[in-house]
Design a protein around this ligand. Structure first.
Ligand code: NAP
Length: 460
C-alpha cells in the first residue's frame, strides 16, 4: 500500500508515494545515527539558530503551508493558518528555553555533593497523525532536536505532502541531513525501526490501536515510549454556567477541525436545570454551520479527512441508534462531493451502547442530562479515556474543585484553551502516558544522570 494525498473536498487523488525499500530505510537510520554524533555535540545556541530559522521560514510562508494542509486533509484555511503559526511558535519556544530546561540541577545529599545532568538519548522514532499535520511534528521536533536527539518520523499515510514540506523546512533552515528524516514506510517497516538498536526511544500520537501495537513493540525492546492517544472529553455544564460563554465554546470545542481533535469536547454533560436551554441553543448553533470548500474563508463546516473516517463515523452513529440512542440532529453524509458529514447530536445514550464508551472523531455530539454535580463527575469519569475535559460555572472555585475530581491529564475551567507551547499536554488511562510540550515534554527522552562527588571512606 502507498501513501495517498487525496483532496477531502472533492475526492481527487493529488499524489501517491510508494513505501521506501528496506535498504533505503537502513540508509536513513545510518544517516540519522551518524548525524546524532555531531548534533549532540553542538551547543544549544547553534541548534537554536536552526530551529529559529525554521520558525521564521514557517511564519514567512504561512499561506503555502496552510494551503497544502487544507488541500490534503481538509482543514478550514483559517484554522490551518493558525496551526502553521502555532507550530512555528513551538519551534521558537524550545529554541529559547531548552538550555534552561535541561540545565544541571543541584541535589543536596546528606554527605558530599551531587547533581543531575541531562543528555540526549539518540535516534528517536516518531509516529504521528494527520489531524494536525504540522503541529504534531513541531511538538516532537522542537523539544527533541533542541535536546540533542535526532528524529526519524513516520507521518500518517494521508498527509505525505505536509510530511515532506516539514522535512524540507528543517533542511532549508540548515539542519544537517539525518537530524530530521521523513519516512514513507509500512507498519512492518515501522516495527523494524522500533527493533533497530540505533533507535533509542519511540513517541506516538494516534489511536488506541496504534498505541497498543507500537507501545508493545517498544516494550519488547525495552525502549522508552510516550503515547498520546485518543480521548472522549467531558464538557460539564453546571447549572450556574454563563450560557453566552458556554454555547460558542461548545460549538468550537466540538466542531474545530471538523471534530477531529483528540481533546475535542465529545461528551456534553449538562445539569438538568439548564439542559433544555443548552440543547436548544447548541442545536441551532450547529444547524447554522455552512458546509463548503475548506479553502474558502466563508466556510464554517469542512470535510472529514478521508472517506474511511466518514464511513466509520456514519457506522458509529448507526450503531448508537440501533443501541437505543436518539438522533436529535444530522447523522447523515452531506449530499455533495467530498467527505462531508452533517453536524450530529445523539441523546439518550445508555451504558452498554457502544457510543457510551467509544471516541467519535468527527462532528458528533454525545449529550447527557444529569441531576447533580456528583453525577456529572461520575459520568465524566466513567470512561476508558482520560485525556482532558472542561467545566463551566460562574463560580471559579467550584469549577476548580470539579476539575480536581475528574480523572484526566488536563482540565479546563470556563475555557478549552487546550494547548500552548509552555503547557504540558497528555493524558492517562487509554489516552496514553507521557507529556509533550512545556518543560515536561523535553524531559521525556533525555538521560537523567546522577553525578555524586565527595571523598567517602569505603565501607568495610
Ligand atoms: P491512527 O490510525 O492511529 O494513525 C496515527 C499514526 O499511527 C499514523 O501515522 C498511522 O499510520 C500510524 N499507525 C497506525 N497503526 C500503526 C501500526 N500498527 N504501526 C505503526 N504505525 C501505525 O490514528 P488516526 O485515526 O490517524 O488519528 C486519530 C487518533 O489520534 C484519535 O484517536 C485521536 O484522538 C488521536 N490523537 C491523539 C492526540 C493526543 O495528543 N493525545 C493528538 C491527535 C490525535 P497510517 O496513517 O499509515 O495508518
Amino acid at each position: 500500500m502507498s501513501y495517498q494525498s487525496i483532496n477531502p473536498n472533492d475526492g481527487n487523488v493529488l499524489k501517491s508515494f510508494e513505501h521506501i525499500s528496506n535498504a533505503q530505510l537502513d540508509d536513513a537510520l545510518a544517516a540519522a545515527q551518524a548525524c546524532f554524533q555531531s548534533w549532540k555535540q553542538m551547543s544549544y545556541a547553534d541548534r537554536a539558530v536552526i530551529l529559529n530559522r525554521a520558525a521564521a521560514l514557517m511564519h514567512a510562508h504561512v499561506d503555502d503551508f496552510a494551503r497544502l494542509e487544507t488541500l490534503e486533509m481538509g482543514k478550514r484555511i483559517g484554522e490551518a493558518r493558525g496551526e502553521v503559526k502555532f507550530s512555528a511558535d513551538i519551534l521558537a519556544y524550545y529554541a529559547e528555553h531548552a538550555e534552561a530546561f535541561l540545565a544541571p540541577t543541584t541535589l543536596h545529599p546528606a554527605a558530599g555533593e551531587a547533581h543531575m545532568e541531562s543528555s540526549p538519548l539518540g535516534v528517536l522514532f516518531c509516529v504521528e497523525p494527520w489531524n494536525f499535520p504540522y503541529y504534531q511534528l513541531a511538538r516532537v521536533a522542537g523539544p527533541q532536536l533542541m535536546a540533542g536527539n535526532v528524529l526519524v518520523v513516520k507521518h500518517a499515510g494521508c498527509v505525505p505532502q505536509c510530511a515532506i514540506a516539514f522535512e524540507k523546512l528543517l533542511l532549508d533552515a540548515g539542519a544537517p541531513v539525518g537530524a530530521y528524516t521523513n519516512l514513507v514506510i509500512s507498519y512492518e517497516q515501522s516495527d523494524r525501526v522500533i527493533d533497530d538498536p540505533r533507535v533509542k526511544g519511540v513517541a506516538l500520537t494516534g489511536s488506541l490501536g496504534a498505541g497498543r501495537s507500537v507501545a508493545a513493540r517498544a516494550g519488547q525492546n525495552l525502549k522508552k515510549s510516550t503515547m498520546e492517544l485518543g480521548g472522549s472529553d467531558a464538557f460539564i455544564v453546571l447549572e450556574d454556567a454563563d450560557m453566552d460563554q458556554v454555547i460558542p465554546w461548545a460549538v468550537w470545542g466540538r466542531m474545530y477541525n471538523c471534530g477531529q481533535t483528540c481533546c475535542a469536547a465529545k461528551r456534553f454533560i449538562v445539569l438538568e436545570e439548564v439542559a433544555d436551554a443548552f440543547l436548544a441553543e447548541f442545536t441551532s448553533a450547529l444547524e447554522a454551520l455552512q458546509p463548503g470548500d475548506p479553502m474558502l474563508e466563508t466556510t464554517t463546516h469542512g470535510p472529514l479527512s478521508t472517506e474511511a473516517a466518514l464511513l466509520q463515523l456514519l457506522a458509529q452513529v448507526d450503531a448508537a441508534v440501533k443501541g437505543g440512542a436518539k438522533l436529535l440532529l444530522g447523522g447523515k453524509r452531506i449530499d455533495r462531493p467530498g467527505w462531508f458529514m452533517q453536524p450530529t447530536i445523539l441523546t439518550d445514550i445508555q451504558p452498554g451502547n457502544p457510543a457510551f464508551r467509544d471516541e467519535f472523531f468527527g462532528p458528533v455530539v454525545s449529550f447527557y442530562r444529569v441531576k447533580t454535580e456528583d453525577e456529572a463527575i461520575a459520568l465524566a469519569n466513567d470512561s476508558d479515556f482520560g485525556l482532558a475535559g472542561s467545566v463551566w460555572t460562574r463560580d471559579e472555585a467550584r469549577g476548580k474543585r470539579v476539575a480536581s475530581r475528574v480523572d484526566t491529564g488536563m482540565m479546563f475551567v470556563n475555557n478549552i484553551n487546550w494547548t500552548d507551547a509552555d503547557l504540558p499536554f497528555g493524558g492517562i488511562k487509554h489516552s496514553g502516558y507521557g507529556r509533550e510540550l512545556g518543560n515536561m515534554g523535553i524531559q521525556e527522552f533525555v538521560n537523567k544522570k546522577l553525578v555524586r562527588t565527595g571523598h567517602f571512606p569505603a565501607p568495610v
